[in-house]
Design a protein around this ligand. Structure first.
Ligand code: AMP
Length: 421
């Protein structure tokens, strides 16, 4: 039997790639407007990087990592998320010091051993940003507004921004205890995963999608009621700034996110076009992460967009259009000398920026003309032995069949005629 792609992975076929390119070019363009620069980090990293930064008792680290020992006996992990690698690179290359600002973004594949379903894969792509150096609430709002601006650029107007605050480590500690105390009497009613979470990391219970757990969580204490006054003020300022920027949002007090490093603001952008895996983007503030990884005390704010899901939603929006690239010009060659001339013509026209097609195996005129139409070419350039001897080609406009002669090898002139059309 022929070999199939590994479970949870998929091919992005040529007909789909245009949707990805559209999303990526919008991200490059919009992020640059906000002062972000692209960074490319390795796809695999030392395993301890994720254990230390993503968090040793998160689902990602305990259940989902692709970890292996390499031939040099090192433990290596395919990156399950982008933030740890970016923070490592920032520290390794001293890209940011205390009191400095650095805004970075990345695009690329991530790997998690999850149960695959629509919108959830084992290899998926994220587009993420990390803004280092500002603890100000306005930064949180500005960056969340950037996500909304990117979605708007792609024609997505109805996605919803949900925000919450998980406080800083101290207020979260107080809340963690209150949550544990509240849930302990109902321990037996929780799912087996959440019974374990109750001991190691009760906040994660708030994320559980099991109906029984969700019902219990609905009556549990809310983290917003446990914030210290600084964290409360910060959250109020974030909301104020979002209003100043006219960014529609709602507060979701259960939103804690699955990663350990968040402090204060957390957020998600959800779309009802996605079914059960409805989050397009998630992120938040991480003021302690850089220091906890051995760096200076530099605050941070970041997010990751699930590109697979964004492409899915964007494809349904007006303006997405078909993804094939039509040719500008198709070269019809009639005879062995004409084929040689045609190959030279294709090289010269491509060098002048024209998408050009030629099929050396095709012989008769009719077949080649139907190929020209099949490729969506705007023009056909006909080269026959007779034309060659007369120093001319024929240029045919595909839309209406209009045809006239053009001088052979006058590539710039041919390019201009096509550009004018
Ligand atoms: P996270 O890194 O878990 O905060 O996720 C950020 C975003 O990445 C989510 O909102 C999803 O859109 C996307 N995402 C996370 N895991 C997957 C997955 N297994 N397959 C596809 N997209 C994912």
């Amino acid at each position: 039997m022929a070999i199939k792609s590994a479970k949870g992975t998929r091919d992005i076929l040529p007909g789909e790639v245009g949707g990805w390119q559209r999303v990526e070019s919008a991200a490059h363009r919009i992020f640059a407007l906000y002062g972000f620069r692209e960074i490319r980090t390795p796809i695999f990293e030392p395993t301890e990087l994720f254990v230390k930064s993503t968090g040793s008792d998160t689902d990602i680290v305990t259940k989902e990592m692709y970890t292996f020992t390499d031939r040099g006996d090192r433990s290596i992990t395919l990156r399950p998320e982008g933030t740890p690698g970016v923070v490592r690179a920032v520290l390794e290359h001293r890209l940011v010091g205390q009191g400095e600002i650095e805004r970075l973004y990345y695009l690329g594949p991530m790997f998690r051993y999850e149960r695959p379903q629509k919108g959830r894969y084992r290899q998926f792509s994220q587009i993420g940003v990390e803004a280092f150096g500002s603890a100000h609430a306005a930064t949180d709002a500005e960056i969340m507004q950037m996500v909304i601006a990117l979605l708007a650029d792609l024609g997505i107007a109805d996605a919803l921004l949900q925000i919450n605050s998980v406080g800083h480590s101290e207020c979260r500690g107080v809340y963690r205890q209150a949550l544990r105390d509240a849930l302990m009497p109902r321990r037996d009613e929780l799912c087996p995963d959440c019974q374990r979470r109750l001991d190691v990391n009760p906040l994660r219970i708030l994320d559980c999608k099991t109906p029984g757990c969700m019902q219990i969580v609905a009556t549990a204490p809310r983290i917003l009621d446990y914030l210290c006054s600084d964290c409360s003020t910060h959250f109020a300022q974030v909301r104020e700034c979002l209003e100043t920027l006219s960014v529609r949002h709602e507060v979701n007090p259960r939103l804690v996110r699955g990663l350990d490093y968040y402090t204060r603001t957390t957020f998600e952008v959800v779309s009802d076009k996605l079914g059960s895996q409805n989050a397009i983007c998630g992120g938040g503030r991480y003021d302690d992460l850089v220091a906890s990884m051995g760096g200076p005390a530099v605050p941070g704010f970041g997010f990751a967009i699930g590109e697979d899901r964004l492409v899915m939603v964007a494809a349904e929006m007006p303006g997405a259009g078909p993804c094939s690239a039509p040719a500008d010009i198709y070269i019809v060659h009639l005879g062995p000398e004409a084929l040689k001339e045609g190959l030279a013509a294709a090289g010269a026209l491509r060098a002048r920026g024209l998408a050009t097609r030629i099929d050396p195996d095709a012989r008769d005129l009719k077949k080649q003309m139907s190929k020209a139409a099949g490729w969506g070419a705007r023009y056909a350039l006909l080269i026959g032995e007779r034309e060659l001897q007369g120093g001319k080609y024929a240029l045919k406009r595909m839309a209406d069949g209009e045809q006239h002669e053009v001088p052979a090898r006058q590539w710039d002139q041919i390019r201009l005629e096509i550009a004018r059309a």
